[in-house]
Design a binder for this molecule. Sequence first.
Ligand code: ATP
Length: 349
Amino acid sequence: MSEYNIALIPGDGIGPEVVAQGVKVLEKLAQISTLNFNFQEFPLGADHYLSTGELISPETKQDLADFDALYLGAVGDPRVKPGVLEHGILLDLRFSFDMYINLRPVKLLMEKFTPLKDTSPEDIDMLVVRENTEGLYAGSGGFLKKDTPQEVAVQEMINTYHGVERVIRYAYEYAARKEGKLTLCDKCNVLEYAHDLWQRVYKKVGEDFPAVEQDHILVDAMTMKMVRNPEIFDVVVTCNMFGDIITDLGAEIQGGMGLAVSGNINPEGVSMFEPVHGSAPDIAGEGKANPTAALLAAAMMVEVLGHRKEAEKIEKAVNNALTAGKTTEDMGGRLSTSEAGDYICSILE
Ligand code: ATP
C-alpha cells in the first residue's frame, strides 16, 4: 500500500468543478489499486483574496510543504485585476517550492482533435521539459530614465550552470526511461553565451546517458517541424521562454487547451499538477466545464509519484471516454462535468 497526502487547491471559476472530478477518479483508482490518497483542501483564490486581502500566507506555504503533491484547478477571476492571483499564487508557489521543471506532454488522443491534416495519434506524442525558474522569466532587470524619451528597459536572461544542468539531467533521465531520443531546442546561433552554456551542459550530461539518442534544433525550426513533422520529436528540453511558446503550439496541435496538462516539478520536493486552461468564468457553475485536462493532470501526478501503470489506467479511461463520445459539450458530447467524471470512474479498470 502506498499512501499519499494531496493538497487540493481548487481555485476559481471552473477550477473546483474539474478538481472534484479528479478527486472522484483518484478515489476510484484507490479502490482498484494499492494506492491510497488523503485529500486536504486549501481555499486559495479570488474569494479568499477579496475577503482577507491575502494571496497565500507563509503559514499556508509551510503547511503545503508537508504534502506529497499539490493538485490545482485554476486561478483567475473577473473581480480581481488580471495577473494578481496568477502571480501571487501560482508563480509564488512555483518559486517558493523551486519547481524548476515544467512538464508538458503533447499527445494527440484522437485524429479529429488536431488541426493538422493527415496526422494521427502516432505522429504527435512528445514531452516538453521546460526550465521553469530562470531564463528571461527570472525577473532580473530594470529601467533607466523611465517615462522619458531616453528610457532604457533591460530584461536579463539568467542561465546558471546549476539550473541548466538539473533540468537537462531530468530530461535525459526521462528519455532514458522511455528508451527514447532527447532533443535540445535552443537558439545557440544567436544567443551565443546563454545557449552555448546549454549546448555544453547538454553534451556533458549526455555522457552519463549513452543509450539516449541526441538531437538538436533551433527554436524557429522547431515551430515549423512541430507543424510539418511532429513525429520526429520524443522528449524535448528547452529554456523557460521557448518552452512557454512551443507548449502553447503543442496544446493546439493536440486539440486545444481542453486537453493540455502541466506539471510543475521539484523532483526533490513538492510538485504541483494542473490543467493548462484557465478558470473560464463564462461557464463556471453551469456544469459545462470539460474535466479531461484535470483528469490527465491527476494521471501525471500519479506517474510522477512513481506509479506509471496506475497513471495509464486513468489515461486509458479518458481515451475510451473520448472515443465513445462520453464527453462534455465542447468535445461534442452531451455530458455534464460531473457525469463525465462519473463515466470515467465507471470504466476505470
Ligand atoms: P484565464 O486563463 O485568464 O484564467 P480563461 O479561463 O477565460 O482565462 P482560457 O482557459 O484560455 O482562459 O479559456 C478560454 C475559454 O475557453 C473559456 O472562457 C471557456 O469558454 C473555454 N474553456 C476553457 N477551459 C475549458 C474547459 N475545461 N471546459 C470547457 N470550456 C473551457
